[in-house]
Design a protein around this ligand. Sequence first.
Ligand code: 5GP
Ligand code: ZN
Length: 136
Amino acid sequence: MDCLFCNIIKGEIPSYKVYEDEVAYAFLDINPCARGHTVVVPKTHYENFTDMPSEEAGALFATVRMLAKMVEDAVSADGLNIGLNNKPAAGQVVSHVHVHIIPRFEGDGGGSMHSIVSVNGAADDLEEMAELLVME
Ligand code: 5GP
Ligand code: ZN
């Protein structure tokens, strides 16, 4: 399997490495949305976040949490968007789980999670949806 981010982790493709531990590797996005845009990937190859065992997802997010503070401080950001595109329908281009840490600045003109998608009528069946999604 030829995976871009696995090759970056192995050092076969160069990257601006920000951080590395047993579970995760973090590097600057080659096409940053903002100064300091950092991508955090698990060292084990999983295509989708929903494929990851919960312990590994938890460990990945512990590293994301630590790096979020580090990136925020380093670029004196006013805020951050932290998230991942899971599967192509959600905009995932590289098929190896990766969490984006995107610094935000007052007046940068960007949007929020709410600007990703807005489907008409999505609020029409909240009761039905709650029944579908509730976990006993
Ligand atoms: P996605 O759209 O799949 O959520 O994010 C993939 C990200 O990987 C994009 O933001 C893109 O700029 C970044 N990217 C793609 N190829 C490379 C690369 O070769 N090196 C680095 N550092 N980032 C890359
Ligand atoms: Zn991979």
